[in-house]
Design a binder for this molecule. Structure first.
Ligand code: AGP
Length: 608
């Protein structure tokens, strides 16, 4: 969850690096630094604090002249955010500089050995160990030193490394943490993510695990960990630069919320043809679908919440049993995986460490894995047997919205295709549901066009100490995501609860004026959920209900009602989540929170 940018070419490196790091601040932003070769030596400038501190420190890069450099924005893992712990890190002779994203799991034992050999450390980071280990193995051949380090360290790393004795090149190394390489007429780039270099190139190479890249100003060479040269294909990225900018919205999160109709439409256009579902990147045959006997959905955070919805929808439409697990739990509970099991790993970034590790365990057990990811070429996308891409485009805000919505859409499509192949979904029902799906983008657009009421309502709750979200079935899954959206950007405590479970303890927390958001979109569960609403109101709660527009009787029961357009109850999450995203957003904005970069969080959690 740190950001790396490197450049070598015909232009000054520092301004390009600063520009690229600015596009990656969402990956981590508690400190930043750069190392640039100035013609004689490698010079490093780094500091704790946001990137603008580094910009000021280096006068926009002017104080670090040179055509070769690497830079870094950090999300602290080992060692608190301090100047000394910021990257890049030097070896003692200051002839090698390294930036790192990931965690070196055996750094303590390596540090002890290096200290025993006379090395002294100036930071508490695992990355500094890499700088000294490179020094220890460097005998004049950079590639040899790098591959020796690769064989010694355990854990995850994306590295940018420069050597003062080789000022004509940058080395990039990847294991588990994302790293891409770009090429342009002005030179070559390394970066943690595409937006950092889109301004200069769309020709991108996604590095695989245990690969090394050697970038010169006019050439690129890739190697294996055994120093064998390897051939790689480039990918042309079709994201436009604006897609990674705010486009006139106050926050990336707001922009991305308003992109939901389009990305849903894009997803449907790519997958619905001739009244059938065709997911071209999904290399599963009808026999593969037919052989599925059980599904395990594994994910984290909002992706997990999408997975909870996926469970209900797949079981409703395909009658295939589904279990949903948090990836951090799944990988340690020794799950029982029988013949015919399919594991679906859902991840926006495709680089979440717990989800990657859960997937790797499944590969070791020869269990088929379907990745449902937003980033082509990401570790989860490349490590799975099958992949479904969610076409949300770059999502910059830490709090996911459009990627979550496209995850839901992908799960609906998968469930319908599976249901049809399994014979649980008749052709007529299938086609009617396709029409229901095609109505969703417009209905989402309608919800986004009327935000005045939810904004005024949100302004009343900026001082709330705790807000509850309750629902049953799919409404419980919607509550989970609504609660997370609120708490992760407004820092207000919030809990999502299965509405029927509240009376088994948690209802004791409801007091006069407590806001309870009650999600009530499933007709078969209306009455049950209304009973729970009455229970909390009897204890002084204020109830905001989110329900279907035909459910007008709700106004007798709830204090405030947000209506969503009528559609198939299986797809209700795609609609009900919109007012809940807006609620969380407006509360956070009213509180003056940093909506796009909430405290303690990063966009991609690439450590355990
Ligand atoms: C979502 O708003 C959160 N930022 C977070 O829970 C996120 O969904 C989680 O970290 C999983 O990320 P992934 O989808 O990239 O795997």
């Amino acid at each position: 969850m740190c950001g790396i940018v490197g450049y070598i070419g015909t232009k000054q490196a520092a301004p390009i690096i600063l520009e690229g790091l600015a596009k990656l601040e969402y990956r981590g932003y508690d400190s930043a630094g750069m190392a640039v070769y100035d013609g004689q030596k490698i010079r490093i400038k780094k500091s704790v604090g946001r990137l603008k501190v580094l910009e000021e420190l280096t006068h926009g890069g002017d104080l670090l002249p040179g055509y070769l450099g690497v830079g870094h924005t950090r999300w602290a893992t080992h060692g608190a955010p301090t100047d000394a712990n910021s990257h890049p890190h030097y070896n003692e002779k200051e002839t090698i500089a390294v930036v790192h994203n990931g965690i070196i799991e055996n750094y303590i034992s390596l540090r002890t050995k290096l200290e025993g050999k006379g090395y002294t450390f100036v930071s508490a980071t695992d990355t500094e160990v890499l700088a000294h280990l490179l020094d220890y193995y460097y005998k004049g051949n950079p590639l040899e030193a790098i591959t020796k380090v690769m064989h010694r360290v355990e854990g995850s790393y994306a590295l940018g490394v420069i050597f003062a004795e080789y000022p004509d090149r940058i080395y990039a190394v990847r294991k588990a943490s994302p790293l891409i390489v770009g090429q342009s007429p002005e030179g070559c780039f390394i970066a943690s993510d595409v937006p950092a270099i889109l301004k200069y190139t769309r020709t991108v190479y996604f590095m695989e695990n245990l690969e090394v890249a050697c970038l010169k100003d006019d050439s690129l060479t890739f190697y294996s960990a055994d120093e064998e040269e390897i051939k790689k294909e480039s990918i042309t990225v079709d994201w436009d630069a604006e897609a990674a900018e705010k486009g006139g919205y106050e926050h990336f999160m707001l922009k991305e919320m308003y992109e939901q109709p389009k990305v849903l439409e894009d997803t449907l256009k790519k997958c619905i043809r001739n009244r059938d579902i065709c997911i071209e990147e999904l290399a599963m045959t009808e026999e593969d679908f037919a052989s599925i006997k059980k599904i395990h959905i594994v994910a984290c955070g909002s992706s997990y919440h999408a997975g909870v919805t996926g469970k209900y929808v797949i079981e409703n439409l395909a009658r295939v049993p589904v279990e949903v697990d948090l990836a951090s739990e799944f990988r340690y509970r020794n799950p029982i995986l029988e013949e015919g099991a399919l594991v679906i790993v859902i991840s926006q970034s495709g680089e979440t460490a717990d989800s990657l590790a859960a997937m790797a365990d499944m590969r070791d057990k020869n269990v088929k894995v379907l990745a449902l990811v937003n980033v082509a070429g990401s570790g989860i996308a490349r490590g799975a047997d099958y992949v479904i891409y969610t076409w949300a485009g770059p999502e910059i805000a830490v709090a996911t919205t459009k990627a979550y919505s496209t995850q839901l859409m992908a799960l609906y499509l998968f469930a319908m295709k599976l249901g049809k192949i399994k014979g649980a979904l008749k052709q007529q029902e299938f086609e009617e549901m396709l029409q229901d799906l095609l109505r969703l983008p417009g209905q989402v657009e309608r919800l986004l066009a009327n935000t005045g009421r939810i904004q005024r309502f949100a302004n009343r709750y900026v001082a709330a100490r705790s807000i509850f979200f309750i629902g049953r079935g799919i409404d419980y899954a919607i509550s989970l995501e609504g609660s997370l959206k609120l708490k992760e950007i407004s820092y207000i405590h919030s809990e999502a609860y299965a509405a029927g479970e509240l009376k088994h303890g948690t209802i004791s927390l409801i007091e006069e004026g407590t806001l309870v958001v009650c999600v009530c979109t499933q007709p078969a569960l209306y009455q049950k959920t209304i009973s729970n609403m009455v229970e909390v109101k009897a204890r002084g709660a204020i109830v905001l209900a989110v329900t279907n527009e035909e459910n007008r009787e709700m106004e007798k029961e709830a204090d405030y009602v947000i209506y969503i357009p009528k559609n198939n109850p299986n797809f209700a999450n795609s609609l009900a989540i919109i007012p809940l995203q807006l609620f969380g957003y407006y509360v956070a904005v009213e509180k003056g929170c940093d909506v796009d970069k909430p405290r303690n969080l990063a966009k991609s959690v690439t450590v355990e």
